[in-house]
Design a protein around this ligand. Structure first.
Ligand code: E4P
Length: 219
């Protein structure tokens, strides 16, 4: 399973990248706005750090022809940029055109099975169902992950399932169980999902028992 970081914070990306766990980054207008400064400089810096990873950068234009032009400009920033486009019917024609031009796309804000199926049919690289935001609306977001995963298997689409809007460790487990190809995680959720109180307790117990032996060096 590929793990992406869902942030535009360079210091956090750099810290987590050193672990060898991180395969990419998903940014969005909210993340980039939070960091401040010049987003182009920041995106290029992230792309240079993760040269072999996919860095999603979302369009900010809304009119289809402007989204098309902006998508091409964003893709030109670095060979590892994947352009994020919202899953909206207005963009179907430009998505088709961009796929044809081999611009890698991550279709974001996916909330139902038909949206995911149609985008996969168009041949985008990733579809991003927003699990947490579906939960917020009173619908089980994790169920959509399994439905999309089954759909991709059934029709043998090459599109990868990218579990997004991950808010807690339960979502992480659900994404693994659903067989998501990628999960994008806020750094704090990644940290939390790797911790367990029984691991801490076990380490403490072993350390205490070891002390009883009274030796200084081993081996
Ligand atoms: C993913 O690509 C999005 O940037 C992100 O997961 C959105 O998460 P949120 O719903 O917690 O804002």
């Amino acid at each position: 399973m590929k793990i992406f970081l869902d942030t535009a914070n360079y210091a956090l990306i750099e810290r987590w990248f050193q672990t060898g766990l991180i395969d990419g980054v998903t940014t969005n207008p909210t993340h980039l706005s939070k960091e401040g400064g010049d987003p182009v400089v920041l995106v290029k810096k992230i792309c240079a750090l993760l040269v072999d990873g996919h860095i999603s950068v979302e369009v900010t234009e809304t009119a289809p022809e402007r989204v098309y032009t902006q998508a091409k400009a964003l893709a030109a920033l670095s060979p590892n940029v994947v352009v994020k486009i919202p899953c909206h019917p207005d963009y179907l024609c430009i998505i088709q055109k961009l796929v044809h031009e081999e611009i890698p796309l991550n279709i974001t804000l996916v909330f139902n099975l038909m949206q995911g199926m149609c985008m996969s049919k168009l041949g985008v690289v990733y579809i991003s169902p927003f699990v947490g935001r579906l939960d917020d609306s009173g619908v089980d977001g994790t169920a959509l992950l399994s439905e999309l995963s089954d759909m991709l298997d059934t029709y043998d689409y090459e599109t990868e399932l990218l579990a997004a809007s991950i808010r807690h460790v339960g979502h992480v487990h659900a994404a693994i169980e659903a067989g998501a190809d990628v999960i994008t995680l806020p750094p704090e959720i990644l940290a939390k999902s790797l911790e367990h109180p029984l691991t801490d307790r076990g380490m403490e117990l072993f350390a205490n028992d070891w002390k009883k032996l009274g030796i200084q060096t081993f081996p």
